[in-house]
Design a protein around this ligand. Structure first.
Ligand code: 4NP
Length: 152
């Protein structure tokens, strides 16, 4: 079982997009029983709010529903429950380490650090460009899946 928590700031745009895209990917691979997948935000700003319409619309176009997802905040107790905390950008890594009080097991990393071009995921908050966010996330998810498959 591989337990993955995606992390962004608000848990309404980027990390829910990654959560539901990876769920869809592992379902299509028939591997849903091998994964536990969730997402959360480092901030309490959007706590309890539904997924942003930009993410919701992009996923709906791909036949993916986000029904029942409401923003949650990353907690210190989450650290022992997951194997990977896949952050959308560097400041999420910094905030997650503050919440956890460190990262003794090296579980916290940016999603795009699994690629040959390590960088932050494009943030759609000010640009409204959810397509670019989608493309970055898919690149990261594909490289992440290759990395975990090689280590099994
Ligand atoms: P997310 O997007 O972190 O991808 O869910 C944002 C959500 C809220 C804010 C910024 C980005 N905000 O400034 O409140």
């Amino acid at each position: 079982m591989i337990k993955v928590m995606f992390v962004c700031l608000g848990n309404i745009c980027r990390s829910p997009m990654a959560e539901f895209l990876l769920k869809d990917m592992v379902e299509k691979l028939g591997m849903q029983r091998d994964f536990e997948i969730a997402s959360s935000g480092t901030s309490s700003e959007e706590y309890g709010n539904p997924v942003h319409t930009g993410t919701k619309r992009l996923l709906a176009e791909k036949g993916i529903s986000v029904a029942g997802k409401y923003a949650t905040q990353l907690k210190r107790e989450d650290y022992k429950k997951y194997d990977f905390f896949l952050a959308m950008e560097q400041r999420n890594v910094t905030s997650a380490l503050r919440i956890f009080g460190g990262d003794s097991e090296n579980k916290v990393v940016r999603l795009l650090d699994f690629t040959s071009n390590p960088r932050d995921i494009a943030d759609p908050w000010y640009t409204g460009d959810f397509q670019r966010t989608y493309e970055d996330i898919m690149e990261g998810l594909q490289c992440f899946m290759e990395a975990v498959s090689e280590n099994r």
